[in-house]
Design a protein around this ligand. Structure first.
Ligand code: 2P0
Length: 328
């Protein structure tokens, strides 16, 4: 009988033989927004998804991380020191344990170029930047597939944050997940923009990992989710390749709303939407009905992200003055 390897065993397989660390390593990774979403795992420990997904990078919005050998583990984020037993520090150093030799302590400086409170998940860009920073520290030259698999062990969506532009996460079938990683699909369209509408800074009621688990276990609508992805993913991939903005936006918006429908039907329900979320969606629909090329997508939170060509920028800023705009 085959037993499923642990994250540490997977990392051991993918990393070169131990080497001396250099003085420090620094790297940047962009955040990413899924156009076809990842929701539901086939393996929690290895963060293997039930379906494929496809994202667009957020350009200069992301995480810059520096790692250097130190006397004790220490994390600074946005200049603030986090105690070693803080939830965020424990998760990051637990991940770095996969990548470092036993006994090596690290000082980590992490800076998000995403404005605080923008409600943009930074875990994807943070784990992707951590892999690249460790690669720089040790002078490794990892194959892109290994990099993506390693980042996935930190946070599933991080495997889509190692390439710019459109990235598809191949779900794979293997129990060890060696066939589950992100591949760059196409460069970003020069005219495409992604906007972030920060609507509520209220603490997220349910994290992604727990939210996925609860949805898979209790939502009858989740039974339909793999079929939804099987329909949307090829549509979105084809729209990316054809440069068809309206096909891309329509499929992405329907995919995001379908994902939320599965969550709302979980028990206890996972309702990330606030009144402002619904108001923004109605506003987007009204603008689109009036002829503006704009579509919406939402992740595990109340904020709405907009997809639009740069030609719609001024009209959207007039409608949403606080819109944060990324050039993928
Ligand atoms: C996505 N999300 O495709 C989906 C859409 C949120 C909604 O990936 O448990 O932080 O670490 O693998 O990657 C957020 O989930 O979850 C996410 P874990 P992750 O972007």
């Amino acid at each position: 009988m085959h037993t499923v390897p642990s994250p540490a065993q997977i990392a051991h397989r993918l990393l070169p033989a131990a080497r001396e660390p250099g003085r420090e390593g620094t790297a940047f990774a962009s955040a990413n927004i899924a156009l076809c979403k990842y929701w539901g795992k086939r393996d929690e420990a290895l963060k293997l998804p039930l379906t494929g997904s496809l994202s667009i990078s957020m350009g200069t919005l992301g995480t810059r991380m520096t790692v250097r050998p130190a006397a004790a583990d220490c994390l600074q984020m946005q200049g603030e020191v986090f105690a070693a037993d803080h939830k965020v520090a424990r998760r990051l150093f637990g991940f770095l344990d996969l990548l470092r030799p036993p006994g090596l302590c690290l000082e980590v400086e992490s800076e998000n170029t995403i404005p605080m409170g923008a409600g943009l998940a930074s875990s994807a860009s943070a784990f992707a930047a951590a892999v690249r920073a460790m690669e720089a520290l040790f002078g490794w030259d990892l194959p892109p597939r290994s990099r993506s698999i390693l980042a996935r062990l930190g946070s599933g969506s991080a495997c889509r944050s190692l390439e710019r532009g459109f990235v598809e996460w191949l779900p794979g079938e293997a129990a060890d997940g060696m066939d589950s990683y992100g591949v760059g699909l196409a460069p970003p369209w020069p005219e495409l923009r992604v906007g972030v509408l920060t609507l509520s800074e209220a603490e997220k009621p349910v994290g992604s990992t727990e939210g996925m688990r609860r949805t898979v276990e209790t939502s009858r609508l989740f039974d339909a989710w793999p079929a939804q992805v099987a329909r949307d993913l090829p549509r979105i991939r084809a729209a990316v390749m054809a440069g068809d903005f309206h096909a891309l936006g329509a499929a992405a918006e329907q995919n995001a709303l379908s994902m939320h429908a599965t969550m709302i039907a979980a028990w206890p329900p996972i309702l990330y939407w606030r009144p402002e979320t619904v108001a923004a969606l109605h506003r987007v629909h009204a603008l689109r009905a009036a002829g503006l090329p704009v579509y919406a997508t939402l992740d595990a939170g109340p904020n709405v992200k907009l997809l639009f060509p740069v030609s719609a920028r001024a009209d959207l800023l007039a409608a949403f003055p606080d819109l944060l705009i990324a050039t993928p």
